[in-house]
Design a protein around this ligand. Structure first.
Ligand SMILES: CC(C)(COP(=O)(O)OP(=O)(O)OC[C@H]1O[C@@H](n2cnc3c(N)ncnc32)[C@H](O)[C@@H]1OP(=O)(O)O)[C@@H](O)C(=O)NCCC(=O)NCCS
Length: 302
């Protein structure tokens, strides 16, 4: 018999395995799954579910509420168990709970503030067919990742850093105590979400944020390892200081970290300035994602 239960520690390993088995998605570790499920501040046992049969997990749905909206950051039914109504049962349960809590709408594919992917990969035909069948809609606005080859390339930035130093800019790895100033910088540039994301990367060991400073003021940052191990982003240079080479140096420092860790390649997540990444590090457009939304009208009589 199928039972829906709260997503728990015993589900971390099988979920990570099944999620990594999706096409082009083999980048997740159990640590990243845990930080987006059990250790996520939005974790709610009524919204983050596993479907079990005879004690064996056969499906997962990771829902949450943030900013008074519903979010589904990942959903998956084990390949041998698809088209048997398990996905429907999971979505029915979570959508019902969201409706009962008065949540007006739910977004599927990613979640604030901690997500796995920027949306549903447009190559995941079963997932997209399933969402359409459940009444989800998408603007078909595409978010893209970019692929970058790391191995065998020269990421030295000493000369550019010396040139920036001559103009009064210091480039260095972030430190946990940079958190407040980093937050101020992101907010001043109207990127509150990035303050959370890069702030979390400041707590990694070693820190996976590189900074540009003028005096004690942060004027640029680049982050990796926040979304997944070989995922780059976010990055930000103060608006009036763009074009000086600060972003290029910070980006290359992140790629140098990956090279030292032995990674062959990585992905720039939800890439904004595509031409910048293409020109500076030869990145090319890779995975593409759509975001889905459904309005949760209150049930008649509710
Ligand atoms: C999306 C997914 C969770 C659906 O789970 P499921 O248990 O197979 O779904 P259900 O059996 O409840 O399907 C309900 C309906 O959705 C539609 N649907 C589901 N899979 C479909 C497919 N492969 N092609 C077309 N329609 C599909 C059908 O209308 C289906 O009803 P039917 O079987 O009576 O025709 C499953 O396909 C899956 O795990 N995919 C891989 C994970 C993934 O890509 N997740 C997104 C990234 S987070």
């Amino acid at each position: 018999m199928l039972r829906l239960v709260p997503f728990a520690e015993r589900h971390i390993a099988p979920f990570t395995r099944a999620f990594n088995a999706l096409p082009d998605n083999a980048v997740w570790t159990e640590e990243y799954t845990r930080s987006r499920t059990l250790d996520d501040p939005t974790y709610d046992p009524a919204l983050m579910l596993a479907a079990e049969e005879d004690g064996q997990p056969v499906g997962y749905l990771q829902g949450s509420i943030a900013k008074e909206e519903g979010w589904i950051r990942a959903f998956l039914v084990e390949p041998g168990r698809q088209r048997q109504g398990i996905g429907t049962a999971l979505f029915e349960a979570v959508e019902t709970t969201l409706r009962e809590r008065g949540v007006p709408a739910v977004t599927a594919g990613y979640a604030l503030p901690r997500y796995f992917l920027p949306g549903v990969d447009i190559h995941y035909t079963p997932a997209i067919s399933f969402l359409f069948q459940r009444g989800y809609t998408t603007t078909r606005e595409t978010r893209v990742n970019m692929d970058v080859v790391v191995a065998g390339r020269d990421w030295t930035t000493a000369a550019q850093e010396a040139a920036l130093a001559a103009k009064g800019y210091t480039i260095r790895r972030g430190r946990p105590e940079d958190r407040a100033e980093l937050e101020r910088f992101c907010l001043a540039e109207s990127h509150a979400n990035w303050a959370t994301e890069s702030g979390m990367a400041l707590e990694r060991q070693p820190v996976t944020v590189h900074l540009a400073l003028r005096g004690s003021e942060i004027v640029g940052m680049a982050t990796h390892g926040f979304i997944g191990r070989t995922h780059f982003g976010p990055m930000l240079t103060r608006t009036d200081l763009r074009g000086l080479g600060i972003g290029t140096v910070l980006l290359k420092r992140c790629l140098a970290d990956w090279q030292r860790q032995g990674h062959e390649r990585g992905e720039i997540i939800w890439a904004g300035p595509i031409a910048f990444y293409a020109r500076t590090v030869g990145a090319t457009i890779g995975r593409a994602f759509w975001v889905f939304k459904k309005t949760l009208a209150a049930q008649a009589g509710a």
